[in-house]
Design a protein around this ligand. Structure first.
Ligand code: PEP
Ligand code: MG
Length: 755
């Protein structure tokens, strides 16, 4: 008879010794189950490990028949063990055989044992196996015993994750941790990336699990909690809380959670069982993640996610990585995986090493997506749970066309993607051949194709794509990526480089469009309930003319005698255009007075992106030298759907009668007044939408550089005369769901137009 050992702390210490012994993984696992059984005074202790084929295999047992090890298997969901793995939840039963899920396995000889305690072996919320103890007597295990078994399961999870148990199965099966997974999200930026996972907020890997001194671990936890709470308070007090996507409500929830007594108590209890402070945080985080995986209520899902984020922060504080960066070297084939991130954070990465981006959230028109598109980074958004399922350095493929993310792909998937990359390279080559061809339809109508840009990295695309110019230069991006307000000389230097690289082709500089989802960390503005409808863009510019005038001066300085085009964002009332123009004229005369070289021609245009302008079009055309339709915003305001809210952003189709009618009225008003009209929203870059726009009368489009090839291929194959009338007919037809898109598609098919 073995004498029972006292308490989980002793057991953890014993486990640490076993982990350090120079023995094979199987012997180590065998010793571990013997120790657990002895410590918990159990007759049986068994470890079932999940294989990649979804089968749980008995890997070690003390108490069950020897020959059962590596021979007994259960499917996930089958029997009590399968149920624990499926639900990622513990079972504590005084009479296991009375449970409806009990499955009798004669080869184990377990029929003589009645009480049963089983816990999932969890990692990042996923069950990688099940750890069980059993006794002959009918008994209910205490909460302390349950906690102890959960703690030991963590040690086993680390062994599995470290690959120690790989290769032990007699069938040669691999374990679930290396299982290939496909997540289907939404394609945000086209392209395929093959590479390795880089978690944007790297999970801290806790390797030191077992405590030497309980009291000092408790102190460490309390100190870390204090500093976490202070940092959350600090972020809330700073007033720039929308930065990094950390919206105020999230932070307020964080503040509440950081004081949550239940959370703190559970971590303290885990320390008492013998874990280090960081292992205790992770233990409790594992439970949160297991609940997260099962959660279907979106509100609770978000809250659990917040808890998960908070636990990550706490881990970083405990491990001395307060800034959140682990200093990991970026591999040359990095695929960044994040819940969400700001545009500036994406720009922090070395572009030459980033092959793709995967986000759990995000929308096609959110700022980070626009920047990813400008950088040509294949991006998938709305990839559910990808952050918990991916590990740093996992192999990964991102398909921005289909929206699929393949984690740890098998050889066949990698092969298929290599083929796809080859095919795409050939297609790109064909687009390149189109580069110098004039953008003229089959029936001789020429169309202006320009690119959208905003950063120095965009500039080479202008020549590469063969575009006519830059139809939209988003000047706020320079401000967004800077850590402080760019000085006039810095602004002028950027604008000068842009004009130089455009080499005489027209460039339309849009004045600062700050506000909404575009937040400057260093510019303190009041918290707004609805920033998209708030104090932003030209509203801000007119109220605080200092910033606006400095920018105009920088633009005038940069233009150095060339033509200068300035575009005003978020114009809501024609009077704002008049006022903005006055400010510009004032700068111009100031400039003149000082004897600087004036632009050879100065054109001031308006963006049409607020619906109220649709009823002032004729007046607008009188005061604007050109207009450009910003469909990203116009669509969000017309349909009352937040472009950054993934629940509604794709709810309505821009290719629908009300929206297309609005776009047609702008084109018509421009034609009546002889004022050039462009369209620079994201839809201009989608061949089928671009075709509809040509049908509505648009002759100038501005888009992401990667879209120039596909849109040009479309228009080279299009006989516009045959499309004329179709769009108008479709708009007049009674509303059939999907009718316009379907009608355009069948036209393109019949006419062999590549859309
Ligand atoms: C738009 O609103 O369509 C647009 C082009 O501007 P942004 O996406 O920068 O708001
Ligand atoms: Mg806009």
């Amino acid at each position: 008879m073995r004498a029972p050992l006292a308490g989980p702390r002793v057991l953890l210490r014993r486990l640490r010794e076993i982990m350090a012994e120079p023995i094979s993984a199987q012997v180590r696992l065998d010793k571990i189950v013997v120790q657990i059984a002895a410590n918990m005074v159990a007759e049986v202790c068994s470890a079932y490990i999940l294989r990649s084929d979804g089968i749980l295999e008995l890997y070690a047992s003390e108490g069950l028949k020897r020959e059962a090890v590596h021979n007994v298997t259960l499917k996930v969901g089958q029997g009590l063990v399968g149920l624990i793995a499926a639900d990622a939840q513990a079972l504590n039963l005084p009479d296991a055989q009375a449970h409806p899920a009990f499955a009798y396995l004669p080869e184990t000889g377990e029929e003589i044992y009645h009480s049963f305690l089983g816990v999932p072996i969890l990692r990042a919320g996923r069950a990688l196996g099940v750890l069980v103890v059993q006794n002959r007597a009918h008994r209910t295990y205490t909460d302390e015993e349950l906690e102890a078994l959960q703690t030991i399961a963590m040690v086993l999870a680390e062994m599995i994750a470290a690959g120690d148990l790989e290769g032990l199965s007699r069938t040669g099966a691999v374990l679930d941790i290396s299982r290939p997974l496909t997540i289907t999200g939404k394609g945000f930026c086209d392209g395929v990336g093959i590479g390795r996972v880089v978690l944007h907020e790297p999970r801290v890997v806790v390797t030191n699990l077992i405590a030497d001194d309980i009291a000092s671990e408790r102190d460490r936890l309390n100190d870390a909690l204090t500093s976490l709470r202070l940092s959350v308070d600090d972020m809330l007090a700073r007033g720039d809380v929308a930065r990094d996507g950390e919206h105020r409500e999230v932070l307020e929830a964080y503040r509440m959670f950081a004081h949550d007594r239940g959370w703190v108590r559970r971590m303290e209890e885990a320390i008492v069982t013998g874990l280090t402070a960081e292992a205790a945080v992770e233990r409790v985080q594992n439970d949160t993640r297991a609940r997260l995986q099962r959660q279907t209520d979106p509100y609770l899902y978000e809250r659990l996610h917040d808890f998960d984020d908070l636990a990550n922060r706490l881990l970083r504080v405990l491990m001395g990585r307060v800034d959140g960066k682990l200093g990991m070297d970026l591999p040359g084939d990095a695929i960044i995986v994040a819940r969400n991130m700001g545009a500036a954070e994406l720009l922090d990465y070395d572009r030459t090493r980033v092959r793709g981006l995967v986000l759990e959230d995000g929308t096609p028109t959110s700022h980070v997506t626009i920047v990813a598109r400008a950088l040509g980074i294949p991006t998938v958004g709305r990839a559910d749970n990808v952050v918990s399922l991916a590990e740093n350095a996992d192999a990964i493929i991102v398909d921005g066309e289909t929206g699929q993310v393949h984690l740890r792909p098998g050889a066949d998937v990698v092969f298929a993607y290599n083929e796809k990359i080859q095919f795409r390279a050939e297609r790109q080559q064909r687009y390149r051949l189109l580069r110098d061809k004039p953008a003229v339809t089959r029936d001789g109508v020429s169309v202006g194709l320009s690119v959208n840009a905003g950063l120095l990295v965009d500039l080479p695309h202008l020549a590469e794509s063969g575009a006519d110019g830059i139809g939209l230069f988003r000047t706020e991006l320079q401000f967004m990526i800077a850590s402080k307000l760019p000085r006039i000389s810095e602004q002028a230097a950027l604008y000068r480089s842009v004009l130089e690289s455009a080499a005489g082709r027209p460039v339309t500089f849009r004045t600062l469009d700050i506000g909404g989802d575009k937040v400057l960390p260093y510019l303190r503005v009041e918290h707004e309930e609805n920033p998209a409808l708030g104090w932003r863009a030209i509203r801000f510019g007119l109220d605080r003319p200092g910033l606006f005038r400095t920018q105009i001066r920088a633009l005038l300085l940069a233009s150095g005698g060339q033509e200068l085009r300035i575009m005003i964002p978020m114009v809501t009332d024609v009077a704002e255009m008049v006022e903005a123009r006055k400010l510009i004229d004032r700068e111009l005369s100031h400039f003149d007075k000082h004897g600087h070289v004036k632009p050879s021609r100065l054109l001031v245009g308006a963006m049409v992106e607020v619906p109220s302008l649709l009823w002032q079009l004729d007046a607008l055309m009188q005061v604007a030298d050109f207009v450009s339709v910003g469909t990203n915003d116009l669509f969000q305001f017309m349909t009352a759907t937040d472009r950054g809210n993934l629940r509604v952003a794709n709810r309505f189709d821009p290719l629908s009668a009300p929206f297309l009618s609005a776009l047609r009225s702008v084109a018509e008003a421009g034609r009546r007044a002889g004022v050039p009209v462009t369209l620079c929203g994201e839809i201009a870059g989608q061949p089928i939408a671009a075709m509809a726009l040509l049908g509505l009368g648009y002759r100038s489009l501005s888009m992401a550089p990667a879209s120039i090839g596909p849109v040009k291929a479309m228009l080279l194959g299009l006989d516009l005369g045959r499309l004329d009338g179709l769009v108008n007919r479709l708009l007049a037809a009674p509303g059939v769901p999907d009718g316009i898109r379907a009608g355009l598609r069948s036209f393109a098919e019949a006419e062999d137009v590549p859309v």
